[in-house]
Design a protein around this ligand. Structure first.
Ligand code: ACO
Length: 401
């Protein structure tokens, strides 16, 4: 038998920190979080102030450059985003090659990585080229997202328009159609913009760490961005708001109003959890959830928003906020609870939720990539391990040769 204790004692001076929960992997000046106090700041600005006063493109600029843009800088950045929004026409063939029903995150990761073949990155990057690449990624991830949806429903692609701003352009590419009227709704536009702002960065989360890890080898930046998308895809990271809708659908399908589900979630013999409640980092409240709740309430109260899932969500929220089990454990609704409802109210299909998260997170990933490649030294990410396998043993010939 392997003596793990003995092996561990022979490993020397390696710190074991599973999942790096207590290990800082870098210094960063981008995002500050205090989970106990419910604080989130981008480049020093509280998320509440950014949410109140800015738009997603301002926040993207802030994350990338460290300062809020003035009007000229914003105009230049927005123009560059619009001019970069078309993907090479030959890439359209790729969409036809994916099987029907392909997950849009699989398509997104593949298409973003393949941008590297259409937009070659020079070995030596000057600032202008670097900013052009960043603009390509922020803008084209949106075009690819909308095209993959259109392909999945078999409708003709709607090309980006240089006349429309970021979110309006995206929603139009998603929902405009030769066979349907589509009117942009200002409240939906603002709520989606808010969703993107609130997801734009969250320091060293799983996907950002993947971006830094892949980027530290100085890999092609489009492939690096694709590694962030791959990590985000998982249900334990980007998929949580999708889980909220699945839970509401399950409650609805079983004919319940949420009361029984709450009882199950409190039962320690059951594996159910109230999705969209609790957070690993924010232990008292999730500042993003407070901002998003206002937009969510506004959308759900609009005339015509008659969705039984929204009634169940309201009931779950009301019961949980007044229930000792949730209060004593400080289990408040998190950002995913409200974002799931907002995306559904906006008509975004559930399997596209994580794709929108990737659009929001792209400026954060790229800000971390830039911060890293411009660091004093770019140390390749190369964690160690504690080996717990077999000790030395000698080859025994078990196959007659
Ligand atoms: N429903 C019911 N009970 C819960 C829930 C929940 N959503 N979340 C935590 N609890 C209970 C736990 O059972 C535990 O109870 P106990 O003290 O009686 O044993 C107590 O609250 C503390 O729970 P932990 O698991 O220690 O909390 P942790 O910080 O590890 O987990 C997590 C946080 C994973 C987010 C959890 O709250 C959860 O599963 N929430 C639902 C899923 C969800 O919305 N995830 C998205 C969050 S985004 C993010 O965290 C990155």
């Amino acid at each position: 038998a392997i003596d793990i204790t003995k092996l561990r004692s022979q490993t020397g001076y390696i710190t074991l920190d599973d999942g790096y929960g207590n290990t800082g992997a870098c210094e960063s000046a981008i995002t500050y979080i205090d989970g106990e106090k419910g604080i989130l700041r981008y480049r020093g600005y509280p998320i509440e102030e950014l949410a109140e006063n800015s738009r997603f493109t301002d926040v993207a600029y802030l994350l990338l450059h460290g300062e809020l843009p003035n009007i000229d800088q914003l105009t230049q950045f927005s123009t560059q985003l619009n001019e970069s929004s078309i993907i090479h026409e030959d890439m359209h063939h790729f969409f036809n090659g994916f099987p029907r029903g392909s997950h849009p995150m699989g398509i997104l990761a593949t298409m973003v990585a393949s941008l590297s073949t259409f937009y070659p990155v020079p070995d030596q990057l000057d600032t202008a080229t670097e900013i052009q690449i960043v603009a390509n990624l922020i803008s084209q991830v949106r075009t690819i997202a909308a095209f993959s949806y259109k392909k999945s429903i078999g409708e003709p692609l709607v090309y980006p328009s240089y006349k429309l701003k970021y979110v309006r352009n995206f929603l139009t590419m998603m929902f405009a159609s030769p066979v349907r009227d589509y009117q942009l709704d200002d409240d939906i536009v603002r709520a989606i913009d808010m969703f993107l702002i609130l997801h734009a960065d969250h320091e060293q989360n799983c996907s950002t760490s993947s971006v830094r890890t892949a980027g530290s080898s100085l890999a092609n930046v489009y492939a690096v961005a694709s590694s962030g998308i791959a990590a985000l895809w998982g249900p334990r990271h980007g998929g949580a708001n999708q889980e909220v809708i699945s839970m509401l659908e399950q409650i609805h399908a079983e004919g319940g109003d949420g009361t029984e589900f709450i009882n199950q979630a409190k039962d320690k013999n059951s594996s159910s959890r109230l999705m969209g409640f609790g957070h690993r980092v924010y232990k008292n409240f999730d500042p993003r959830a407070l901002v998003l709740k206002k937009h969510c309430d506004k959308l759900l109260n609009k005339p015509g928003m008659n969705d039984p899932l929204f009634d169940i969500a309201r009931r779950l929220e009301e019961i949980a906020l007044n229930d000792d089990y949730f209060i004593s454990r400080k289990l408040y609704p998190n950002v995913d609870f409200y974002s799931g409802l907002i995306l559904r109210a906006a008509g975004i299909p559930t399997n596209m939720f994580t794709v929108l998260f990737a659009m929001g997170r792209m400026p954060g990933w790229l800000a971390h990539w830039r911060e890293m490649i411009h660091g004093e030294t770019v140390t390749i990410y190369r964690p160690r391990q504690i080996y717990v396998g077999e000790p030395l043993r000698h080859y025994k010939n078990t196959i007659p040769r």
